[in-house]
Design a binder for this molecule. Structure first.
Ligand SMILES: NC(=O)c1ccc[n+]([C@@H]2O[C@H](COP(=O)([O-])OP(=O)(O)OC[C@H]3O[C@@H](n4cnc5c(N)ncnc54)[C@H](OP(=O)(O)O)[C@@H]3O)[C@@H](O)[C@H]2O)c1
Length: 313
């Protein structure tokens, strides 16, 4: 089978397409024939060597976290899925391995793909959809009538964050660049701000929840936009931000929460139900395995609405 690997840290040029044997499964595992894999910003942080502490430095390494596909083979202890089921799921974020024609998973890694969701859309859902759900339910605990600002609302997480915050009954302000203004209104945002025309530090409104997906908004910059009892959610964990947020949260009504994605079967099921009920999933571009380097270079450097997806034959 074809698989994307890399043997050193670096930019997209380290990615190689190689031939490997199709892996064998244990009794509690499933073999998935992969149909599509989406690109996440974490991928290039890992193959770029920024996450060595989490990923380790042993090579060869694999790439690709979330995927969709068909169950090719199910081990004898597998109870919830059978051969031929269309599924979607995610692998360990720091080990990857979904960018391959076949991948081995356990039942807790996957969920059924809703019939109305394409394989490309399904691959675009797990990491970013679960992140959006964890932010809404656990970190920000968004409630009806709250004022929620989403900075970076047209990227992978943002598309879902806007829609889920609206479902929770919040008043949503989406901050995007010019090309995404119309789309953000379609996802349900009450107010849309084009950050290329109006910097958010000029806003006079104050928010209960700020969600920064751009990774460019510090707590210091966010504070003037926050109500006395409010929360900023950031998505870039580091020892320094984790420690400073811990101290901030002891003494201030303006809390700082940091996302560390923890996928659960329950949230994966909630996400599947939302997708089956019409959650809009944006696929910006599709690529093939053979142009994986181009796919990553474009995802990293070009503006896009939603996610880039690599489609397998
Ligand atoms: N900690 C965790 O467990 C975890 C889990 C998942 C993701 N993440 C991280 O969360 C972040 C967001 O993920 P994602 O998949 O949504 O990334 P993404 O698709 O790259 O989205 C980032 C968004 O930020 C916007 N942006 C860039 N500069 C901006 C600015 N100055 N002001 C406002 N918006 C700006 C971009 O819009 P334009 O392109 O239009 O500028 C883009 O829509 C990434 O850094 C990712 O690595 C962390």
């Amino acid at each position: 089978m074809k698989k994307v690997i890399y043997n050193q840290f670096g930019d997209e040029r380290v990615l190689e397409l190689v031939e490997q044997a199709v892996p064998a499964i244990q009794n509690d595992q499933l073999l998935i024939r992969v149909k599509a894999v989406s690109i996440n910003p974490l991928d290039w942080k890992v193959y770029g060597g920024e996450m060595k502490l989490m990923s380790g430095s042993r090579f060869p390494k694999s790439l690709g976290i979330d995927f969709s596909g068909m169950v090719e083979q199910a081990g004898s202890q597998v109870t919830r899925f059978k051969e031929g089921d269309a599924v979607m799921g995610l692998l360990d974020a720091f080990k990857g391995g979904a960018l391959a024609e076949y991948v081995v998973v356990t039942e807790k890694d996957i969920t059924r793909k809703p019939a109305l969701v394409s394989f490309e859309q399904a691959a675009a859902l797990p990491v970013t959809g679960l992140s959006a759900l964890q932010i809404m339910d656990q970190l920000a605990a968004v409630r009806p009538e709250q004022d929620v600002l989403i900075n970076g609302a047209s990227g992978g997480i943002g598309v879902f964050a806007v829609q889920i915050a609206k479902k929770r009954g919040a008043h949503v302000t989406a901050v995007v660049s010019t090309d995404a203004v119309t789309a953000a209104t379609q996802w349900g945002a009450d107010t849309v701000i084009d950050y290329t025309k109006q910097p958010i530090n000029q806003l006079t409104q104050r928010f209960d929840v700020l969600i920064d997906l751009s990774t460019k908004l510090s707590l210091g910059e966010a504070k003037p936009l926050m109500k006395p009892r409010s929360v900023l959610v950031s998505t870039l964990p580091s020892p320094v931000t984790l420690l400073s947020s811990f101290v901030t949260n002891l003494f201030s009504g303006k809390k700082h929460k940091i996302l560390i994605l923890k996928p659960t079967v329950e949230r994966l099921t909630t996400l599947t139900n939302l997708a089956g009920a019409g959650l809009q999933i944006e696929v910006a571009n599709t690529y093939t395995l053979s142009n994986v380097r181009e796919a990553y270079a474009e995802a990293r450097h070009r503006k896009r609405i939603g996610k880039s997806v690599i489609v397998l034959d």
